[in-house]
Write a protein that binds this ligand. Structure first.
Ligand SMILES: *Cc1c(COP(=O)(O)O)cnc(C)c1O
Length: 469
């Protein structure tokens, strides 16, 4: 039975401001322009509903000003969920939570120019006939990895799922127990294998798998092997008593037995980065030359492009993947495709300066130090306690796990690091930094060219905001 409302509660409920009065409060003019009246009204209703529940529970109606402030907080929370440009001062160059590889101004301009209208994405302009989607990207990728053919899909997880489905559905896939790994974001090799419809045949142990472990599978007539899968150990490292057969030996075994060798490479550096002091991550080209029939890798890891999954290899197998119905479901959107083509164009011209991720990765430590020193001077001039510290930065995105890049950061001693970091996240533009002990660290490696001045202004603004609080 519903209890009758006491006179006192009824009066208190009537003290709550009306929806229309709140929506048209002068303090919400900006929110109204930004969100539109309908969306703002919805948030006001939610807040008033909450307030009514509190009043019924014995609380007070409060003032219109307090209500307006609460609505403003809701508006801020809604707007903060929207993906927007931020400054990455974390030192992790390919930060999965920050969209991985940053794209250049030139790529962004080409995207704007192409995507603001219609696009000749599936029309061959020389003949006027229907043409294959992504043809330029695929030709470029085949060339850059010395492969016969290439295919682009939504991301590398999709590439692996597609290749296993197209080449091994209902049949066996041999994989080392040392490679039954989780890449992150719930991409687990055994789960992807299961979803492809292939049957996983585990061999070896966590730390050691020999060529004989693989070859013994073929002695068992119960196994109908289609593929040997090799997964790159990109986001972790095994040391000590470990063994895996080299890729050329494994590929030779596969071909001797009439099955395919598929390599999930993960990151896919299109060039050898050892000359930049970065360790020799195997390139797709090296994997193809070592005998892999299909190599899968990401567009937005060390390649430095947009989110994409890339398959390169022999035409027969790539084409089988292309014709699989799953390929249509996993295809790349037109925005990332335009971006990918623009980035690959830069690779073909060997214009690596046009790939910001590569620029950040290969920036010499001395240059990073000078940059951090300049920031420290500018911050000191504004009255902030900034010093320069040496520390390791990271490649990120599960790529080159064993590598930490020498780097330098500005260390800022603050009263409350969590509060300061929160103020930085709501600065214009938002800044993401690392916290260590009671200090904030702004790494000179991952901040892009042209972001120095906005970074300094955001730090100063955060200082002002947190000292007022
Ligand atoms: C990163 C990675 C993936 C997943 O690639 P996404 O592009 O993030 O989908 C799969 N396999 C390996 C080995 C990876 O490193």
């Amino acid at each position: 039975m519903k209890e009758a409302l006491s006179q006192d509660r009824r009066e208190e409920l009537q003290r709550i401001a009306r929806v229309d009065v709140t929506v048209s409060a002068p303090a919400l003019v900006q929110a109204r322009t930004r969100l539109g009246t309908a969306a703002l009204t919805r948030l006001v209703r939610l807040e008033i509903g909450e307030l009514r529940r509190q009043v019924l529970g014995g609380g007070e109606a409060g003032t219109l000003d307090a209500l307006v402030e609460a609505v403003k907080r809701r508006v801020g929370a809604v707007l903060a969920t929207r993906a927007r440009r931020v400054i990455n001062a974390t030192g992790v160059v390919l930060h999965t939570n920050l969209g991985r590889a940053p794209l250049s101004e030139q790529v962004a301009a080409e995207m704007a120019a192409s995507c603001a209208g219609y696009l000749s994405i599936e029309i061959d302009l020389s003949t006027g006939r229907r043409g294959p989607r992504g043809a330029f990207a695929e030709t470029a990728l085949a060339q850059l990895s010395s492969a016969d053919d290439a295919l682009v899909v939504n991301n590398n997880a999709a590439a692996v799922l597609l290749v296993l489905t197209a080449l091994a559905k209902g049949r066996g896939v041999i994989v080392s127990r040392g490679e039954l790994v989780e890449i992150g974001g719930s991409f687990r090799v055994p789960d992807v294998l299961a979803r492809s419809g292939a049957k996983m045949i585990e061999v070896g142990t966590t730390n050691r798998t020999t060529l004989e472990d693989y070859s013994r599978v073929f002695d068992d007539p119960n196994h109908d092997v289609a593929v040997i899968l090799r997964v790159h150990q990109g986001n972790f490292r095994q040391v000590g008593f470990v063994e895996r057969p080299p890729l050329p030996k494994l590929a030779a075994l596969a071909h001797e037995r009439g099955v395919l060798l598929v390599k999930d490479l993960g990151g896919g550096a299109l060039l050898d980065m050892t000359s930049w002091g970065l360790p020799g991550e195997p390139t797709p080209e090296l994997c193809v030359k070592a005998g892999a029939d299909v190599v899968c890798f990401s567009g937005d890891k060390v390649l430095g492009g947009p989110q994409a999954g890339i398959l390169v290899g022999a035409s027969e197998w790539i084409d089988r993947a292309r014709r699989d119905p799953l390929a249509r479901a996993l295809r790349l959107g037109r925005l990332p495709l335009v971006a990918l083509e623009s980035v690959l164009d830069a690779y073909l011209r060997q214009d690596y300066a046009a790939v910001p991720a590569l620029e950040a990765l290969r920036r010499p430590p001395e240059e990073v130090r000078q940059r951090a020193e300049k920031w420290a001077e500018q911050l000191q001039a504004r009255g902030l306690a900034a010093t320069v510290v040496e520390l390791p930065a990271a490649v990120g995105a599960g790529a080159l796990a064993e590598v930490s890049l020498p780097s330098f950061a500005v260390q800022l001693q603050v009263h409350n690091a969590e509060n300061f970091a929160a103020a930085l996240r709501t600065a214009e533009p938002p800044v993401l930094a690392r916290i260590r002990d009671d200090a904030l660290l702004f790494d000179g490696r991952s901040v892009l060219d042209g972001e120095d001045a906005p970074l300094i202004e955001a730090i100063v603004a955060a200082q002002v905001a947190t000292s007022e609080a």
